[in-house]
Design a protein around this ligand. Structure first.
Ligand SMILES: Cc1cc2nc3c(=O)[nH]c(=O)nc-3n(C[C@H](O)[C@H](O)[C@H](O)COP(=O)(O)O)c2cc1C
Ligand code: SF4
Length: 660
């Protein structure tokens, strides 16, 4: 009889009817898992810099455990060596000594308190490690491709054996701490993947050579970990199905599938299928990759091994994993970012509340933060990493106010529903008849930006459920404010687009929003003024229509407001679409058929164009004076305060919604 940890019966839930494959049990080793949901291990940099678990991490994990409704909930990968070569993140949990067990037990207990299955992960970060020390360890000394990583030195044969022992010891501690499933992270450039790969393993001893030799360390770890875990604790491993390192002689797909077979042979109870390394030059999880794009790799994995296959990677909605499981192409719906963005994501699916899900927009800010030694945050989930902080939870107000919010974009709507949930009477105005603000236009940009609308859809639902009074198609005027005399006004009016020098009287100088919504005429040769994200979005939008586009902007680099984990994608797309970018300069004059660009060191040159698209923005001062002169409490948020991005809009809205 397989071991059952908690009883779950999903029969009466609408989600179990809509997605029957997601909510049926499966056996991993000797453990019965009631559903096919897994929150994948997620580093969050929330722990103490000596590797001890913090309250912030525990609260973070507890909310994800609630979300998996009885499924697998994995804590972040732990590093296992006192020398810290395997530590990849400043706030990564450690497990190289028994002194860590008590803290780790608090995480296992928190997961169990939600009747979920607690997963432990062993993660020596190898090539991506040594974040707090000068150099790291690997199977061979192979130079780093990315500047942010430290040099790696070749481990001796004895050090490899010691590393295997560290994994086994850490697994024993994980079991002592009360975890139910053990997982080895062998992916994206971490130590096990360094041993497996022909790119980084040039050894000639028993731990190198052909693919079987390169698998030796992994096999010994799996066998040793299985031994300390005993029959009731399944042991799984995450392995690349494609390294995407062809350009540096990484493993072939056949070799990768051989690693799967060898893991199974060593006794692994499941494999989590991943792809790509931090060093590979192909994107795998950013917004430009369509959802479900990688499912064929899970299918292929299933053709090579008999043990269950789990996979995440851009599976943000339940339909695709449910179908893949039904078709026998996948066994588990893993997810990471979907549950960073909304910890209760699968729970909402089960309860038939999909409209309440705040979907990840695959911007990779969370990752960018980790690589810059900052605690994790989420672009569109202001509570993320603040689950432990009571100040971030909306609390009922003692004196409800009448609040007028001007602008139903992402900042206005976020503020509106939070304030309404707290008991205020909220009136949300927008001169347009649709909600969404400038995101309505921004979401027309290519490479996945339509997904940005998921944020607006979520906020609209939250506003409706919280009882926000919508006044759409109604422009707020001085007179309206004077008539209504609310207790507070929140200006979320979006940015102001100033006219540029020499544009007066020219009908070929148009606004970015009018271009994106098709209202403006645009010629074949275009200059886009402004090299932040709105400028990049419109430049790509127009280039896709076959127009010759030049980007001219004042920032030193194009897309300085885009997080680095996504910015590199835009740089490639600009090149691919033939968009020329002049940064660190301004438009000095607009003439017939050309503009004059002036660089900041005074150099001038013409750029031919028949249309200029203005995407530069400024703070919006309108209505501010009126509200102040009436003596009404005033808040200015989002782009109206300082033009920034969707994330700032949402976070501003949330925080003012909490405070007002
Ligand atoms: C912020 C962040 C931290 C991660 N930390 C880990 C980790 O500790 N161990 C691991 O095996 N994978 C880690 N991953 C990879 C995820 O578990 C997951 O495989 C990947 O994000 C793709 O799934 P998704 O599209 O659902 O986000 C991390 C991913 C992110 C975005
Ligand atoms: S930061 Fe971006 S990628 Fe990460 S979970 Fe949030 S929305 Fe998704």
């Amino acid at each position: 009889m397989a071991k059952v940890l908690f009883e779950w019966d999903y029969a009466s839930y609408p989600g179990a009817k809509a997605y029957p494959n997601l909510f049926k049990p499966i056996q991993l080793g000797n453990l019965m898992v009631p559903n096919r949901i897994k929150y994948a291990a997620t580093e969050d940099n929330l722990n103490d810099h000596n590797g001890f678990i913090t309250d912030a991490d525990i609260a973070y994990m507890r909310s994800r455990a609630e979300g998996v409704v009885g499924g697998l909930c994995f804590m972040q990968g732990v590093y296992m060596d006192e020398a810290r070569k395997g530590q990849g993140y400043v706030g990564q949990a450690a497990c190289w000594d028994d002194k860590y067990v008590d803290g780790l037990r608090r995480i296992a207990d928190a997961i169990h308190s939600e009747k979920a299955i607690a997963g432990f992960q062993l993660m020596d970060c190898g090539r991506v490690g040594a974040v707090e020390v000068e150099s790291g360890h690997g199977p061979s000394t192979v130079p780093q491709r990315l500047r942010i990583f430290k040099p790696m030195f070749e481990m001796t044969n004895a050090e490899v054996k010691e590393m295997v022992r560290q994994h086994v010891d850490a697994a024993r501690r994980g079991v002592e701490a009360g975890f139910d499933v053990m997982e080895i992270s062998g992916i994206v450039g971490y130590l096990i993947s360094n041993f497996l790969s022909s790119y980084t393993n040039r050894r000639t001893d028993e731990y190198g050579g052909d693919i079987r030799g390169r698998c030796q360390a992994m096999m010994e770890i799996i066998q040793g970990v299985k031994e300390v875990c005993g029959p009731d604790i399944p042991v799984g491993i995450r392995l690349c199905s494609e390294e995407l390192l062809n350009d540096v002689r990484g493993n072939t797909p056949e070799e990768s599938m051989e690693t799967y077979r060898m893991a199974e042979e060593a006794g692994a109870d499941y494999i989590s299928c991943t792809l790509g390394w931090q060093e590979s030059i192909y994107p795998v999880i950013s917004r430009d990759i369509p959802q479900g794009n990688w499912l064929y790799l899970a299918k292929r994995a299933k053709e090579h091994v008999k043990i269950p296959i789990q996979m995440a990677y851009r599976l943000f909605t339940p339909d695709k994993p449910d179908k893949a499981i039904g078709d026998g192409e996948l066994d588990f719906w893993e997810m990471c970012r979907s549950m960073i963005a909304d910890p209760l994501m699968p729970k909402k699916v089960l309860e038939g509340r999909e409209e309440d899900i705040r979907h990840c927009v695959a911007c990779n800010l969370c990752l960018a933060r980790l690589f810059r030694d900052a605690p994790m945050t989420c672009y569109i989930n202001p509570r993320c990493a603040h689950e432990h902080d009571d100040n971030f939870t909306p609390k009922p107000v003692e004196d409800p106010k009448e609040i007028m919010i001007v602008g139903a974009g992402p900042s206005g709507m976020e503020c509106a529903y939070v304030a309404a949930q707290r008991g205020h009477e909220v009136h949300l105005y927008d001169k347009r008849s649709e909600v969404g603000g400038t995101l309505l236009e921004a979401s027309h940009a290519p490479y996945g930006d339509e997904e940005l609308m998921t944020c607006v859809n979520y906020q609209k639902t939250m506003c409706e459920k919280a009882g926000v009074n919508f006044h759409l198609g109604e422009e707020v005027t001085e007179q309206l404010i004077a008539d209504e005399m609310p207790d507070s006004v929140v200006l979320a009016t979006g940015p102001f687009y100033p006219q540029i020098e020499g544009a007066a009287g020219r009908d070929n100088v148009v606004n970015v929003l009018d271009v994106m919504n098709g209202k403006a005429q645009v010629g074949d040769t275009v200059v886009v003024y402004g090299n932040r994200k709105p400028g990049i979005g419109v430049a790509l939008f127009l280039a896709k229509q076959g127009k010759k586009v030049t980007l001219v902007g004042r920032e030193k680099t194009a897309g300085f407001d885009v997080n680095p984990s996504f910015k590199w994608r835009y740089m490639i797309y600009l090149k691919q679409n033939g968009v020329m970018a002049y940064n660190d300069c301004d438009i000095e004059a607009i003439n017939d058929g050309e503009i004059i660009v002036k660089t900041f060191d005074g150099y001038r040159f013409p750029v031919a164009c028949d249309t200029v698209v203005v995407s530069e923005r400024e703070a919006n001062e309108s209505l501010k004076k009126t509200v102040q002169s009436e003596g009404i409490e005033l808040f200015v948020i989002g782009d109206a305060l300082v033009p920034r991005n969707l994330s700032s809009a949402v976070h501003d809205g949330y925080r003012i919604g909490l405070r007002i």
